[in-house]
Design a protein around this ligand. Structure first.
Ligand code: MSP
Length: 510
């Protein structure tokens, strides 16, 4: 089945940070797992380039908009390439095709009479690019996410009516329990829907912001950044021009994001789609924040961000991806610091790294650098069958981002079991006893085959380390499907590849 995965498209007003890497890595892991499951996947990420805060950042930079947007958008693109993220499209809202689609949508909704013009007084948080209610603010009257007081704005604007669709949205959430995941966020949205919905301000007078898409029905205005940005999810499928592509991917569309942007995605977006006669996306998967010191959300506006490039330079891309996957905590916030990342790295090195190294060394010493011709002892066969079953299940049941840490957990557990198996079997003792040769070969094959299966299971999380492990055991087929988990995948007599250190010591790196 064809699946469509999207991340939020990120603002340009700063360098990409760990939080952006987090969602985009989770999406990439989900994509790679679905590919092993045999699905076809279209995965998009990109940059949200219009609106007031981008405009101010652009003015500060002294660059033209073209130079500014290209430079900052490329920062995201390059980081994601570095992180080995395989997107099928990098969206930029300044692309002409996207602007056309936004205008088409505005036109349709306007002609349906769902947009009205009126005077408005509201509290605007630039960080969120959203109007806030008094009840959204903390006791000081600050936006809790951006720690600043929103600006009071009075202006004449265009509005999309949301209230006529409130009951429909409530029913949609109640009738489709997995639509907004995890359920705690579905409840949060239902709470927001208890009160009548204010009309959504969908325009900005050019006198305030002119970085945006002009309204097709009033040239004095540009459209509100969220009305523009959300539409990337359908413009990326080339709607309405390529109905075939749209019909293929939209019915299985998965939007990923953190909890900061629930309201636009779970209220504005489904209602915008409804008013365009387009079905809602099939699921909205929300995760908590990666939180820095003092449990404060990391964000460009607050300035408490950790540099992912520095971290990658220290521990490597795959160990970083593993940390993100393993720490991802579903609805809960996940703590992150350089110290925690190092601890995670050492745990991986001591478990998987050590297991691989000691197994490789034993094959080097006892089987002349080849995969042994072993007759598997029944207990070894059973052990491998359990490993195969458990890890295949972990990969094939990975359907949402909350399943990702379950996979890393299981893989680490299997590595621990394999390490315990080495300690128990003491192959170096078996090697000294000629009568134990068969047991030794069965043990070594079990180890190498067990690690092969771990490497395949971890391929979505650590694609390069996975390939390195497989190549070190002489495996050349690096495309996987359900049969890859079958026991016996490691061919007898395979010459081992080069010896490699999967996770060098941190002091050696720095
Ligand atoms: N441009 C809008 C999204 C439009 S989508 C149609 C936007 N951009 S953003 O640059 O602020 O990105 C927000 C998203 O970045 C979050 O929803 C999440 O995916 C990611 N994260 C940013 N900081 C994060 C954390 N500290 N922790 C987890 N995710 C974070 O909102």
């Amino acid at each position: 089945m064809a699946k469509y995965i999207t991340t939020p498209i990120y603002y340009l007003n700063g360098e990409p940070h760990l939080g952006h890497a987090y969602t985009t890595i989770l999406g990439d892991i989900l994509k790679r797992a679905l590919l092993i499951q045999g699905e076809e996947v279209f995965y998009t990420t990109g940059t949200d380039e219009h609106g007031q805060k981008n405009q101010e950042a652009c003015e500060k930079s002294g660059l033209s908009f073209e130079e500014f947007s290209k430079k900052y958008s490329d920062n995201f693109k390059h980081l994601f390439e570095k992180l080995n993220i395989q997107t099928d499209l990098f969206v930029r809202t300044s692309f002409d095709y996207h602007k056309e689609v936004v205008k088409t949508c505005l036109d349709i909704v306007y002609k349906k009479g769902l947009i009205v013009k009126k005077n408005y007084v509201g509290l605007y948080c630039k960080g969120c690019e959203q109007f806030k209610k008094e009840s959204d603010l903390d006791e000081r009257g600050f936006c809790p996410d951006h720690q600043v007081a929103p600006e009071k704005i009075t202006e004449e604007n265009y509005f999309l009516k949301l209230e006529p669709y409130r009951q429909w949205l409530i029913d949609q959430i109640k009738l489709t329990p997995d639509w907004i995941q995890p359920a705690v966020y579905a409840n949060e949205v239902l709470n927001l829907l208890k009160e009548p919905l204010d009309d959504l301000n969908i325009s900005r007078p050019k006198s305030r912001t002119d970085l945006g898409i002009e309204l097709p029905f009033d040239t004095n205005y540009v459209t509100y950044i969220w009305f523009d940005a959300l539409i990337n999810y359908i413009s990326s499928l080339n709607w309405p021009k390529d109905q075939k592509m749209f019909d293929k991917f939209w019915p299985n569309s998965i939007h990923l994001m953190a909890k900061d942007i629930i309201k636009p995605h779970c209220i504005y977006w489904p209602i915008m789609l409804k008013s365009l006669d387009i079905p809602a996306p099939s699921s909205i998967m929300i995760h908590g924040y990666l939180v820095g010191e003092g449990n404060i959300k990391m964000s460009k506006s607050i300035g408490n961000v950790v540099d992912p490039v520095k971290v990658i330079g220290e521990i490597g891309v795959d160990a970083f991806r593993f940390y993100m996957a393993h720490t991802s905590a579903g609805a809960k916030d996940a703590p992150i610091s350089e110290r925690l990342i190092r601890v995670g790295y050492e745990m991986l090195a001591n478990n998987l790294g050590n297991l691989h190294m000691r197994t490789y060394k034993m094959l080097e010493k006892y089987t002349n650098k080849t995969v042994p011709d072993a007759t598997l002892r029944p207990e070894d066969k059973e052990f491998l069958e359990n490993i195969s079953k458990s890890l295949k299940e972990a990969v094939f049941s990975l359907k949402t981002i909350t399943d990702i840490p379950k996979l890393t957990e299981k893989a680490l557990k299997v590595c621990s079991e394999l390490n315990a198996y080495v300690d128990k079997k003491e192959p170096w003792k078996l090697a000294k006893d000629e009568t134990k040769k068969e047991e030794l070969l069965s043990c070594l094959y079990t180890l190498a085959e067990g690690i092969r299966i771990v490497a395949i299971a971890l391929n979505p999380v650590m694609p390069e380390i996975s390939d390195k492990i497989l190549v070190s055991f002489g495996v050349s087929e690096l495309n996987f499907n359900q049969n890859s988990f079958n026991i016996g995948g490691l061919s007898v007599g395979n010459a081992l590849g080069e010896a490699i250190m999967l996770f060098p010591r941190l002091e050696e790196i720095s």
